[in-house]
Design a protein around this ligand. Structure first.
Ligand code: SF4
Length: 351
């Protein structure tokens, strides 16, 4: 059963009411990875009902391959899963994070604060007793060292209220532990990057299905960060579609214009359907080649560059390539011969 609650927030599962013996419900951040699954199981084992939350954004790649690991895990645990989009406001966090970036454009500390505030609001709205995560002390260099955990807790308004079951015995007791709601002695004292203890716990809990820890967030990838930085530099106000398009094709910036050249048939078709008013669609004609989409400063010079960029990826050798230019009002064609100079320029302007 999937039910829409409000504002694009969906819940999957039978009910939000407590489904465990003690009448206590807690809210978990569940990515579906090893740590968050073990954390959920630790709390379920204490007779506490759990409702899981998963956050989505165009930067998340954890569903690529068509499998939502949060949904798989929630189903295996038989707990409800609430899906909350991070929304447009998250782009402001990524654009100007107060606590800076990690290795690329990943604002991990600000990101955690952002989602925990949303999770806390949801927890309050359903009367949940406490909130917990699968964070492990000192596992990630930016957001999981002790000072970062404290900052995240403090700035999300969750001081003393955020339980990290895997590392709980290495951290100050939370209100849920102090009140006796959660037995601290049955929580973990795990720290560091090794996943050995979590894997042993997973085995004891019969958790067999969890994705590898690598990946999951495009903001950690330097190539993607380059495109995103360029987008921020050239656009003061963004729509989610602008970010989503960063994942499609090859990108070029030329004189204030943006050119996207498709890499395959699916992407070429997407460029045509995604075209907005004022954008120019280009397509190589008569030979196998890509489509392209031109946006930003559209003029004769940038149209010519877009045509050259598209033609440089066609199988034309030294032949002239006919390129369709469709600005949404009229369709024209122009011929491009791709020489070494054009190839070098296209390569240099690639983001
Ligand atoms: S890796 Fe990405 S999703 Fe995870 S905390 Fe960092 S910015 Fe947020």
């Amino acid at each position: 059963m999937t039910e829409q609650l409000h504002d694009n927030t969906f819940v999957t599962g039978e009910a939000l009411s407590p489904q465990a013996s003690r009448g206590i419900t807690a809210i978990a951040l569940l990515s579906g990875g090893l740590d968050s699954q073990v954390a959920v199981k630790m709390i379920l084992e204490q007779g506490i009902a759990v409702t899981a939350i998963k956050f989505t954004s165009p930067f998340c790649t954890c569903d690529s391959g068509g499998v939502c690991h949060s949904a798989v895990a929630a189903k295996a645990f038989n707990i409800p899963l609430v899906t909350i989009p991070k929304g447009l406001e998250y782009l402001d966090v990524v654009r100007s994070p107060e606590h800076g970036y990690g290795r690329a454009m990943n604002p991990c500390i600000d990101c955690r604060i952002f989602i925990l505030k949303k999770a806390a609001a949801y927890a309050a709205s359903v009367g949940a007793a406490f909130l917990f995560t699968g964070e492990v002390l000192d596992q990630r260099p930016m957001s999981q060292h002790r000072r970062a955990l404290d900052v995240i807790e403090e700035e999300s308004g969750l001081r003393g209220k955020l339980l990290r079951p895997l590392s709980a015995r290495l951290l100050p007791p939370t209100e849920a532990e102090l009140s006796g709601m959660v037995d601290r002695n049955r929580l973990g004292a795990i720290h560091g990057r090794s996943r050995g203890e979590q894997m042993a716990l997973a085995k004891s809990f019969s958790i067999a299905d969890y994705p590898c820890s690598a990946g999951g967030c495009l903001l950690t990838e330097k190539a993607f960060a380059l495109r995103l930085k360029d987008l921020f530099e050239h656009n003061n106000s963004l729509e989610m579609r602008d970010v989503t398009m960063l994942k499609v094709g090859r990108h070029f910036r030329y004189q204030g214009a943006k050119v996207i050249v498709g890499k395959n048939k699916l992407q070429n078709e997407h460029l045509l359907t995604a075209r907005r008013t004022g954008e120019v669609y280009l397509e190589t004609l008569g030979i196998p080649g890509p489509s392209a989409l031109l946006s930003g400063d559209v003029n004769d010079t940038t149209i010519l560059f877009a045509a050259e960029a598209a033609a440089s990826y066609a199988d034309a050798g030294n032949e002239a390539v006919e390129v369709l230019i469709d600005d949404g009002i009229a369709k024209n064609t122009l011929y491009v011969i791709v020489d070494e100079h054009i190839c070098a320029m296209v390569k240099r302007l690639k983001l």
